[in-house]
Structures are given as C-alpha cells and as structure tokens.
Write a protein that binds this ligand. Structure first.
Ligand code: UD1
Length: 352
C-alpha cells in the first residue's frame, strides 16, 4: 500500500503530521507532496520543523495567484507526479485550493482519494473553501469526518454510508502532542491578559470597508485590553494598502505552531475568522468570537466555546464585556477529539 499525501497551505500541515506519523509507525510506504501554495518560511517551513514532518519528496512551487491560476498550477504540476509514483491512495487535507486541485487530478487518473476533514459545510458558496469542500467530497472515495455533523451533511448529499468514516479531529492530535511544549514558551513581555486576533478571509480583509470596520472594533478592544495580532501576509498587505493606522495593536509576524498554541492558551479571548482556531479554542476552553456569520464547524458553537459575531460590532462588544467580566462561554470537548485520529485513519487505510 503506497500512500501519497498532498499538503499546500498552513492549515494542512497540522492535519497531515499525525497521519504521516501513524502510517510511518505501521511501516506504510509514503510519499509527501508540498504544492508550495504557502511558501514563506513562517507560513510553511517552521511548521514542518515543529511538527516533525519529513522533507517533502516533491515541492511543486506553485505559489500565489488567483483562485483559478493557483488551482490550475497545482493540477498541471501534480499530474506528472501521480503518473510517476502510481500511488494506491492519495490523501488530501482540509479545504484549500491545493486540496481540490489534487482531488481533480486523481479523480481523472482513477486514483483512489481519501479526504481528511470531510463533510464540513458552511452552506456559504461565497467562500472559496466551501466550493473546495463540496467538490473534494463529491469525488473522494474515503471520507474521514471530524464530527457527526460531517456525516449528516454527506449522507444528505447522497454519499454512500460505507465511504464515510467518523474518525475525529486530526488537528487535535497535533495540539495534544505539542501542548506540553507550548506551556514552556516564555511570555516575552506579553501582558497578563490580552485578546488574540487573527484575520485573513478575503471577505473580511480584501474589502476596504469591512477591514476598516473590523480594525476600528479591534482598536476599541485595545482600549480595554492589549490586542496581540499575528498578521497573515495578505492581511498585513491590505492594512498597508488601505493606510489604516494600527499602532495601538501589537501587530506581529504569523506565529510558528507551538508559539501560537501558547498564545491561544494564554489568551483571555480569541477573535478570529479562521476555521481551525474555532476548534483549537474549543479544545483549550478559551472563549472564541468568530468574525463570520456562519461556520462549517458547528460543534464549536453547540458544544464548544465559540460564538459567531459576524460583522456585528454591537454583538462583538457585548460578548467581550461578558468575557472581561469572567462570564465567557464555557464548553466541552466533542467526542473523538482525543489525539488518536491519525491512528484511526491509518488503521482504516491499511485494512483496505
Ligand atoms: C489559504 C486558504 C484558507 C486558509 C489559509 C490559511 C484557499 C482558498 N484558502 O488562504 O482556507 O485558511 O490559507 O492561511 O486555499 N502569501 C504570502 N506568503 C505565503 C502565502 C501567501 O505572502 O506563504 C500571500 C500572497 O500575497 C497571497 C496571499 O497571501 O496572494 C493569499 O494566499 P493564498 O494561498 O492565495 O490564500 P490564503 O489567504 O493564505
């Protein structure tokens, strides 16, 4: 059984690491392909080091571009790799452009596809990730879901039940593994209490009005509590393009994985538009306010610490007040978010 993994962007790395490790422990033959969708050291290399991901066998070096360009570049560069390696199964992760591009290539070459983090739906087709999720799940042969809602979504779309495997949240495997290291990070002059912010969705940062409104809200927050803001390259670029003064925020470089876990763990509140961070804060029991009106990860709201505030500044500030008063949302950890998802996926694959 030869398994080929495709990763491309930052949120793929913490999902692939546990599966690579579990399969290596079982002696499986593996090939790792990095599409190069994310290429900055602090968006990519540092994650490979901290998560102990082996050096990729292939780096496709596709880089940035429009949605179509990026997807097409991955497809044209990935096809010859599949033809050369002839894997038995290709594993794709999450919902980024590299995920859907690799899936399209494999579907046409009749290579079996496994999708890790299948079944998530925001039901919002304005998000490029939602299109990527729908197409990937439609074409995949093995759908590894993180929670029951994923199974329900896939069944309602007509996916045969035998293709669906509820395995739990693989990203939590990486969190569980590296949380002890995160507790050892020195606080480096960080204040005792702070709000941690991340922001990178095109709908929030590419539109001048949305970005200005969110930054104005964050500047308001900073009057009550320091705001630590590790900025994604696209967000930093937009802040510069729109000429917004953010001197009052602690704008820092994107944090490596372990440092970011430490930052989340120590935060009074996390304010984000990311998908994965909604899950990590739920696991850590840290209140999370999500700057989106929907989520493909509803268990973080129903069971976890997540609240959707959308673009509603009144809701953001009223929820913040509750958190500052120590009345933030508490929650529980969803079933199977236990650090063993990689093992479950490996066992299923090796039984094929
Ligand atoms: C991608 C994913 C998103 C995920 C996010 C995490 C898609 C559709 N989106 O969005 O789901 O949450 O990654 O970060 O795949 N850039 C750099 N250096 C890099 C990478 C990107 O400077 O290493 C800049 C480039 O200017 C690029 C922009 O960021 O144009 C956007 O990168 P891109 O890969 O297109 O999407 P993300 O916004 O990172």
């Amino acid at each position: 059984m030869h398994i080929l993994h495709v990763v491309g962007a930052r949120p793929n790395f913490m999902k692939a690491a546990p599966v690579l490790r579990a399969l290596a422990a079982r002696g499986a033959r593996q090939t790792l392909v990095h599409t190069g969708q994310h290429y900055d050291r602090n968006m990519s290399d540092v994650f490979f080091t901290q998560l102990e991901i082996p050096e990729p066998d292939f780096n496709l070096g596709v880089g940035s571009g429009s949605q179509a360009q990026q997807t097409a570049h991955v497809m044209t560069a990935f096809e010859p790799v599949v033809l050369e390696i002839k894997p038995d199964v290709v594993l794709v992760y999450g919902d980024v452009n590299s995920t859907v591009a690799a899936t399209l290539v494999c579907a046409k070459l009749l290579v079996r596809i496994g999708h890790v983090e299948a079944g998530l739906r925001s039901f919002d087709r304005t998000m490029p990730e939602e299109i990527n999720r729908m197409v990937t799940d439609r074409l995949a042969d093995l759908l590894f879901t993180p929670s029951e809602d994923g199974n329900a979504n896939l069944l309602s779309e007509g996916v045969p039940p035998e293709k669906i495997h509820l395995v739990g949240n693989v990203m939590i495997d990486s969190l569980v593994q590296l949380l002890p290291a995160a507790t050892k990070i020195p606080r480096n002059g960080l204040p005792e209490r702070y709000a941690l912010v991340t922001l990178h969705r095109p709908s929030n940062v590419d539109d001048s009005e949305s970005l200005r409104s969110i930054l104005a809200a964050l500047l308001e927050v900073s009057e009550r509590m320091p705001v630590v803001f590790p900025a994604h390259p696209r967000t930093r670029q937009r802040i510069a393009d729109f000429g917004v003064n953010v001197d009052k925020l602690y704008l820092v470089e994107p944090a490596p994985y372990i440092e970011f876990l430490a930052l989340q763990r120590g935060a009074t509140v996390v304010i984000t538009d990311s998908g994965g961070i909604q899950e990590e804060t739920t696991f850590l029991g840290v209140p999370c306010l999500t700057l989106r009106s929907n989520t493909e990860r509803p268990v973080t709201v129903t069971m976890g610490t997540n609240i959707l505030v959308g673009q509603d500044r009144k809701k953001l500030s009223s929820e913040l007040i509750r958190i500052f008063e120590g009345k933030g949302k508490t929650g529980t950890i969803p079933p199977l978010w236990d650090g063993h998802t990689g093992d479950r996926i490996a066992d299923i694959l090796l039984r094929l």
